[in-house]
Design a protein around this ligand. Structure first.
Ligand SMILES: CC(C)(COP(=O)(O)OP(=O)(O)OC[C@H]1O[C@@H](n2cnc3c(N)ncnc32)[C@H](O)[C@@H]1OP(=O)(O)O)[C@@H](O)C(=O)NCCC(=O)NCCS
Length: 160
């Protein structure tokens, strides 16, 4: 049985991703979004020097259970995506992942972080609220759902 399904505490470790993690990230992405990114797309992003890519590893597992990618330009960055394997959601691991990622961004000299979130995505909005992100804009109909309906995006920012 995987350690995160037992009563034992699991130590989440956040570490930089490498290209070898791209297939695992693609599987997590496909399970998380209506329009998944391929392993090739993700490999390219992870290898991009302007992209800061962190993975969430549980116990001594080598395969990430979550990941976050941000693109940094001078002192601003944008979260491109953040996702957890559905099997490990609801345990606060997303907070650990984002917390460590923000530390990395600060170390890289990022002063302001931006992202877009589906207005109806309650877990993600709670996560960003907890870190103090504030809404700076709204884009009507920005996301297209799998059923073809459209959803508004909120643009959020955080001073690091
Ligand atoms: C967004 C995501 C990374 C959050 O990870 P998670 O493990 O689900 O998050 P948690 O369970 O720790 O919950 C985060 C917060 O949302 C709340 N929450 C969880 N599920 C919820 C739900 N269905 N409705 C309302 N709030 C919810 C939690 O209580 C927690 O708030 P708190 O810290 O104030 O208690 C994860 O849900 C995910 O990968 N989603 C799919 C990809 C995605 O939407 N990414 C964001 C794109 S902007």
């Amino acid at each position: 049985m995987p350690p995160w399904r037992t009563a034992q505490p699991v130590l989440p470790v956040v570490a930089p991703l490498s290209a070898a993690h791209a297939p695992a990230c693609a599987a997590i992405h496909a399970a998380s979004f209506a329009h998944g990114w391929s392993a090739t797309d993700l490999e390219g992003l992870i290898a991009d020097r302007g992209v800061i890519a962190d993975g969430l590893f549980l116990g001594d597992a080598k395969r990430p259970k979550g990941f976050v990618l941000s693109r940094a330009v001078i002192d601003e960055a944008e979260i491109l995506t953040i996702a957890l394997d559905p099997a490990v959601r609801g345990r606060g691991f997303s907070r650990t992942l984002l917390d460590r990622h923000l530390e990395t961004l600060r170390r890289e000299g990022v002063a302001r972080l931006h992202l877009e979130v589906d207005e109806a995505n309650r877990p993600a909005r709670r996560l960003y609220d907890r870190f103090g992100f504030v809404q700076v804009g709204r884009r009507e109909g920005y996301y297209r759902r799998a059923d073809g309906s459209r959803a508004a995006a909120l643009t959020l920012s955080l001073d690091l």
